[in-house]
Ligand binder design. Structure first.
Ligand code: F1P
Length: 354
């Protein structure tokens, strides 16, 4: 691909295609904090884990909670920072049911809902706080019991790409560390090289799909640990391209939303190994309705990772190509992917701890 063409001059493009450097930074950041993380986990006596963030980092929390509960066998949930502020009683377990580990995730470390939710959590002595952020000097990081900072994930664009995937790799490594899954953690060292190869191999395909302006709606299907990632790439499509788009769990799409499938609809499946046949069946049904389907999976898909890595540690591979699809659709529509309409990089509100 001609890297000097106008479309590739936006910061977002550079941030997407260099993101695997930040994945390496994430692995190093978690490794550096492993003694502190293991000590916290050993002494914490937690009955459950709550992951939190806002916008992209809420979707990251959803993905992390599904992976965490599956891997660690402990109840885990992903909740928006704003909901923890407004309705803590709808999320936190009563003290009698044990202590909570709060994992607060934020690119900036300054989003008010997330910062105040973590402050309230500590104030009410609910448990301990691990922070994952790209800014180690941020208020959120400063208030953490253990902070995992990945400066390599910092970016100038509003829509999260490199930052998100760096924090997702970090939370995956955190989960494998706390679960004591050394073999899975070790295998993550292969992620940056596999990711870079994927970007090089499929960037042109992403550009073709992104430039197809006959499509006027996108549906992203993902289940289990991939549903939160489907929500995130859906947000990229919204933020960068102002296109109607929605995320769904695979089976849920049949229960009404598939009525929206026409020849101008794209249905994009984040296919698992675990439930591949059931998930693929949904995509095939949507193709029969005339929708354009597009699949990503380890093998035998439109985008095949061929990573050779265990399924539990390679979910980040679904992100770069779909980020590029949104990027190329944005530039094809004459929009600026670096500056989404109505958005700022951080939402700061006048909220007090309570
Ligand atoms: C959270 C966030 C982003 C969103 C937008 C506004 O930021 O909501 O997820 O895409 O950029 O801010 P942060 O807490 O992760 O810094």
């Amino acid at each position: 691909m001609n890297s000097n063409s106008v479309a590739e001059n936006f910061a977002t493009y550079h941030e997407i295609v260099t993101q695997t450097d930040a994945w390496q930074g994430a692995l190093t950041a978690v490794a550096n904090q492993t003694p502190a993380l293991r000590k916290l986990w050993r002494n914490g006596n937690y009955s459950n884990i709550v992951f939190t963030g806002c916008g992209s980092t809420y979707y990251l929390s959803l993905a992390a909670a599904a992976l965490g509960q599956t891997t660690m066998g402990i109840p885990a949930k992903g909740v928006p920072g704003g909901e923890l502020y407004l309705y803590p009683q709808a999320t936190y377990v009563p003290a009698a049911l044990g202590r909570t580990l709060l994992v607060a995730i934020s690119r900036s470390g300054t989003t008010t809902e997330t910062v105040v939710a973590a402050e309230n959590f500590k104030k009410h002595e609910r448990g301990d706080v691990i922070v994952i952020t790209n800014y180690g000097e941020s208020p959120l990081a400063q208030g953490a019991d253990v902070a995992i900072a990945i400066p390599e994930g910092q970016e100038v664009s509003v829509a999260q790409t490199r930052s998100f995937s760096s924090m997702y790799v970090a939370v995956t490594a955190l989960i494998m560390t706390l679960a004591g899954r050394e073999e899975l953690l070790t295998s993550m060292a292969g992620l940056p090289a596999v990711g870079q190869k994927l970007i090089t191999q499929f960037a042109t395909l992403a550009r073709t799909l992104g430039r197809n302006l006959d499509l006027d709606r996108f549906y992203f299907l993902g289940s289990g640990p991939r549903y939160g990632l489907a929500c995130e790439v859906n947000l990229k499509m919204k933020e960068m391209t102002l296109t109607h788009s929605e995320p769904f769990h695979f089976f849920e799409f049949r229960h009404g939303p598939m009525s929206m499938v026409t020849e101008s609809a794209a249905v994009i499946g984040l296919l698992s190994d675990e439930n591949r046949a059931r998930e693929t069946a949904v995509l095939q049904e949507m193709a029969e309705l005339g929708g354009l389907t597009f699949s990503l999976a380890e093998n035998d898909a439109d985008v095949s990772f061929k990573s050779g890595l265990p399924e539990a540690v390679r979910n980040v591979l679904y992100l770069p190509i779909l980020q590029l699809v949104a990027y190329f659709r944005s530039t094809s529509k004459g929009l600026n992917p670096d500056r989404p309409s109505n958005l700022t990089a951080v939402v700061e509100l006048d909220l007090l701890t309570n």
